[in-house]
Design a protein around this ligand. Structure first.
Ligand SMILES: Nc1ncnc2c1ncn2[C@@H]1O[C@H](COP(=O)(O)OP(=O)(O)OP(=O)(O)O)[C@@H](O)[C@H]1O
Length: 283
């Protein structure tokens, strides 16, 4: 009996461990120092391995919520947990996250290799190991051979690939991406979306992604969180129940069109629910 009981316990423990969310947002809200209410209390779990996208009208609090997930922005009430613990405990739990912003924010005077190596230099990773990880990251994003170039010698799409490579060198478990491809032309954006999905699947990452694009949200996500503004809040969470892999054929499929139509409707309703100053208004 004992071994069976023990194995059940182990199984239960494993099941519990698997259910621990990557991020657990518990009634987290944000009132800014000027008194502006950026976000009503939000409850949201980011599950291991999921690709979760935040979408909503301008000013609905997408960046605020993502900022709290990075721990750069503190909630004014409520609680945030990362892998079941506090942000400071992520290191001891062997977990880490990386952030990718819309602007690639590269050091203009430094080579691509030096830009990508920056997080490893800051962590005092031995040079040989760091160079090997940079080589692998650049290869992953299709930039092998561009190590010695300067950022200004690359296109916008390539600079964003460098930014993604830099976020990957620390081998994070979670990527938080704030409109990373918003400034790129549609063709480049579609290509980067496809490559990002490959990385996500290959590396078993969890990703939280902010976008204004319905097409991008449907193409990429396992779940989409639709937000409304004034005050910022979650309006609806939609499962993107479409088969994998998602390739160019998926973009032209009736299922893709139907999911885009559904998300568009939810977004319209969220915009209608939003306060009168929601469209692009700033306090
Ligand atoms: N530091 C701040 N002080 C006061 N208000 C702020 C501050 N930061 C953001 N806000 C306001 O909080 C609201 C939510 O901002 P946030 O940037 O999270 O929205 P968003 O959904 O990401 O918008 P966008 O799609 O335009 O990027 C906005 O009305 C914004 O002006």
């Amino acid at each position: 009996m004992a071994p069976l009981a023990l194995s059940r316990k182990v199984e239960n423990d494993m099941a519990l461990a698997q259910e621990t969310p990557v991020i657990d947002v518990r009634a987290a809200e944000k009132t800014f120092p000027n008194g502006f209410r950026g976000l009503e209390p939000v409850d949201l779990r980011v599950e291991p391995g999921e690709f979760l996208t935040l979408i909503g009208p301008s000013g609905c609090g997408k960046s605020t919520l993502l900022g709290m997930m990075t721990n750069l922005l503190k909630p004014s009430a409520g609680e945030m947990r990362w892998w079941g613990g506090s942000f400071d405990q992520t290191g001891t739990a062997g977990k880490s996250l990386s952030i990718v912003f819309q602007d690639a924010t590269l050091m203009p005077w430094a080579t691509i290799q030096a830009n990508v190596r920056l997080p490893l230099d800051l962590a005092k990773t031995p040079r040989k190991e760091a160079d090997e990880r940079v080589r692998q990251a650049l290869e992953k994003v299709g930039l092998a051979g561009f190590e010695d170039r300067l950022p200004r010698q690359l296109s916008g799409g390539m600079r964003m690939r460098v930014s993604i490579a830099r976020s990957l060198v620390t081998e994070p478990n979670l990527l938080l991406m704030d409109e990373p491809f918003g400034a790129l032309d549609e063709f480049t954006r579609n290509k980067l979306d496809s490559d990002l999905l490959d990385l996500w699947r290959e590396k078993g990452l969890s990703i939280v992604f902010v976008t204004h694009s319905i097409y991008e949200a449907v193409f990429l996500s396992t779940r989409v969180v639709v937000m409304a503004a004034r005050p910022g809040r979650i309006s609806k969470v939609i499962d993107i129940d479409a088969p994998w892999p998602r390739d160019e054929a998926f973009r032209g499929s009736p299922r893709f069109a139907a999911l885009c139509a559904e998300l568009s409707k939810e977004l319209r309703e969220a915009s209608e629910k939003s306060g009168t100053m929601a469209q692009g208004a700033k306090p």
